[in-house]
Design a protein around this ligand. Structure first.
Ligand code: GDP
Length: 139
């Protein structure tokens, strides 16, 4: 399996609850390398742009309000099978359904405030990395 890149976001609740260090430790323990990182506080419009695919979902307004409610940490991770590896570390969207020891099972408080985002496929990963980082910013 070739090395792959994925985009992850530690969402406002994860930063606020001070879960950043524990989450990054899990990335590194899982052989994922940090290739880029930046802290941002998204505007509502920037959050809407990032989640444009969810525009028709009934939770779109709540989701974009939450994602623009405080600072986030956005990272590019690289490693073998990075996209699926990260999704496994994250756990299911709904923390009540997330497997034991996953980031969402450990730290998330609801299906909305679920601490972490991870790209769901190679095409999405490329688009999402490009949304936040220029080529020069990804090492
Ligand atoms: P993910 O790939 O596991 O992050 O899940 P989705 O792509 O389906 O949803 C994107 C994000 O929208 C999730 O991570 C949650 O923060 C939020 N979300 C998903 N489902 C719901 C829901 O039913 N209600 C609310 N309020 N937010 C949701």
């Amino acid at each position: 399996m070739d090395s792959e890149r994925t985009l992850t976001i530690i969402k406002p609740d994860g930063v606020e609850q001070r879960n950043v260090g524990d989450i990054i430790k899990k990335f590194e323990e899982s052989q994922l390398r940090i290739k880029a990182a930046k802290m941002l506080h998204l505007t509502r419009e920037q959050a809407e742009g990032f989640y444009a695919v969810h525009r028709e979902r009934n939770f779109f307004n709540d989701l974009t309000r939450y994602m623009s409610s405080g600072p986030i940490l956005v990272l590019v991770l690289e490693g073998e099978n990075a996209i699926d590896r990260l999704r496994d570390l994250m756990g299911a969207t709904d923390p009540k359904k997330a497997a034991k020891g996953t980031i969402r099972q450990l730290y998330a408080t609801s299906i909305e405030k679920n601490v972490i985002h991870g790209s769901d496929g190679p095409v999405t990963a490329k688009t999402e990395i490009g949304y936040f980082f220029s080529a020069l910013e990804v090492l």
